[in-house]
Design a protein around this ligand. Sequence first.
Ligand SMILES: Nc1ncnc2c1ncn2[C@@H]1O[C@H](COP(=O)(O)OP(=O)(O)O)[C@@H](O)[C@H]1O
Ligand SMILES: [Mg+2]
Length: 353
Amino acid sequence: MYVELKDINKTFHNYKASDHVNFGIEQGKLIGLLGPSGSGKTTILRMIAGLEQPDSGDIFINGNRVNDIPASKRGVGFVFQNYALFRYMDVFDNIAFGLEIQKKNKKEIKDRVFELIKLIGLEGLEHRYPNQLSGGQRQRVAFARALAPKPQLLLLDEPFAAIDAKVRQELRSWLKEMISRVGITSIFVTHDQDEAIEVADEIIITNQGRVEQMGSPVDIYKKPTTPFVAQFIGQSSLVNDYTSLIGFEQVEGMHQAVIRPEFIRIAKQGELKQYLSAAEEGIVAGIAFRGDNLEVKVQVKGQSFTATRSLEKESIQVGEKVNVLVYRLYAFDDSKTLLLDNKAMEDRNSVYI
Ligand SMILES: Nc1ncnc2c1ncn2[C@@H]1O[C@H](COP(=O)(O)OP(=O)(O)O)[C@@H](O)[C@H]1O
Ligand SMILES: [Mg+2]
């Protein structure tokens, strides 16, 4: 493992910001650290960078224990949430900053800075000041500045948080391409699951100072191993009594479940040509446009589920009585999840109409 955290604990006053954190990252990977606000993401990054000390546990980078190595000697580049560019320095000087500190010679600095300006596509803008750049351009400069001293590891803390939605989307793919081109092992923090799923090779999910799960975006999405992950990922609806739903039987010890929008089909009356006996009746409680489809809230047996419906289909109204087919759900107890399929859909003979 290129970066390894072993049983890291960190308490601020009474709050456990890191609670037995363990994970390992392979060289060259782009890792997304994803979790709600306050779950300990920034604390993990700052401890890896050496800006914060763990109370206990060990941090290894490239096989070396770095706990006692100061931040400036860890070979780690850091991109902060709020750009943190120097306002009184132009683009060139901002990128050159880390190299000046290392007292590199002028020629070497100039070559490296221009190499990076080219990499980030800001040729000709080297004498602009941060306030003469767009948010996206500033974040590119912050990226180049972090890379200038050739770190072995790049850490980015919510790098797109302050940028508006459209530019943010462009920057995500830009960042992914840049990182793979440079080939640097990177960890970026985000609280936005779409961002993590789109950009990261692997995702680490944090909750209340703990690592809940680590895996590929597909694994995290398809095989959530903890109740928290099942609820946090996807637009999940919590179901307090899944056994009241047709086709789902009680699993010992598991009383609650979550349903993802893609686990549900909402059909106008008469629209469902099969599996009618496996479907519930529901009432449409709310409809919202979400780009290319509709997000529909539906009430079933006193519980509220979120589903999607294509705009191409015949329209439905709030208050309309609909058929709600729940294909599957995640049942869970305190520590694990189980994917259950609607049993009433398995017995084809009895459900065909
Ligand atoms: N320097 C600090 N002093 C006191 N509490 C802190 C400090 N840094 C972080 N915390 C607390 O630790 C918890 C985790 O914070 P943080 O790592 O910033 O979470 P995240 O980045 O996931 O939002 C928060 O409750 C925060 O208030
Ligand atoms: Mg943070």
